[in-house]
Design a protein around this ligand. Structure first.
Ligand code: NAD
Length: 261
């Protein structure tokens, strides 16, 4: 039970990769704060499921990752409840697929706010407590799009490249204080985020659904397989472990060979 007596805050964990990471950390003993949007009943079922399945404490924060005060409150509430935030997983993210000359300004701003700027606010709020304990783990869920671009994803690619730079900077600033910062870069993972972009990609590229899956999404991944949420969660768990103490400032692809091209 590697994470007994540790507290993890995982943003965007009411669904997809974040929920898988929250469950993985809880399975190794961490108390967990889940966060995200969605149906209240489904969120409560996810929260109660973590507490029941793993015998840990699990709370829910409804902080909107577009609102800095709410992000600070999420971290403050976690510290008040559990005494510390030891593992911070900045995972919340959204996508919008559209040519740049038609890209809605409000969508661009929202993607930068949720996928990039929220990680700054959460990290800023969590670091003083980590420094005091001389132990901390910042894990940013970036994307293969932190390393390479794809057309029609200007905001997402900009945000994800940005979070790679933020990760490295945090790592350098706290390297001597027992705190690591790393970014995980998944390729395509079959989650609602990917499912929802299929119709827009069909429109932007004039393709059928099957063509989008095989010729756009899986074409990028030499393995021709979607990465699983559990595979991403296993990497997050490793990065949170004591064994990963010297691993910091890295931007790690889990992408079936995509960025080896
Ligand atoms: P998802 O849509 O299943 O989950 C996204 C989560 O973010 C949800 O819990 C949602 O409620 C939350 N969220 C969205 N807007 C929010 C806001 N304003 N405030 C708080 N929470 C908010 O998507 P996912 O695929 O699990 O994505 C999780 C992360 O993984 C994202 O950062 C995404 O960019 C990244 N990622 C996903 C893939 C993929 O193929 N699915 C690949 C690489 C990286």
């Amino acid at each position: 039970m590697e994470f007994t007596n540790k507290t993890a805050v995982v943003t965007g964990s009411t669904s997809g990769i974040g929920l898988a990471i929250a469950r993985e950390l809880a399975s190794k003993g961490a108390n967990v704060v889940i966060n995200g949007l969605g149906d209240a009943g489904e969120i409560e079922a996810a929260r109660a499921g973590i507490a029941k399945d793993f015998g840990v404490q699990c709370t829910y924060s409804d902080a909107n990752m577009m609102v800095p005060e709410q992000i600070r409150k999420m971290i403050g509430d976690a510290v008040a409840k559990f005494g510390s935030v030891d593992i911070l997983v900045n995972n919340a993210g959204i996508q919008h697929v559209c040519p740049i000359d038609e890209f809605p300004e409000d969508k661009f701003d929202a993607i930068i706010a949720i996928n990039l700027v929220s990680a700054f606010h959460a990290t800023k709020a969590a670091l003083p407590g980590m420094k005091a304990k001389h132990w901390g783990r910042i894990i940013n869920v970036a994307s293969a799009h932190a390393l390479v671009a794809s057309p029609y994803k200007s905001a997402y690619v900009a945000a994800k490249h940005g979070i790679a730079g933020l990760t490295k900077t945090i790592a350098l600033e706290v390297a001597e204080q027992g705190i690591t910062a790393n970014a995980i870069c998944p390729g395509y993972v079959w989650t609602p985020l990917v499912q929802k972009q299929i119709p827009d990609t069909m429109k932007s590229r004039h393709l059928t659904e099957e063509q989008v899956i095989n010729d756009v999404l899986l074409a990028a991944q030499p393995t021709k397989k979607f990465v699983t949420m559990e595979e991403v969660a296993a990497m997050a768990s490793y990065l949170a472990s004591n064994a990963a103490a010297p691993v910091t400032g890295t931007v790690i692809p889990i992408d079936g060979g995509w960025t080896a091209h």
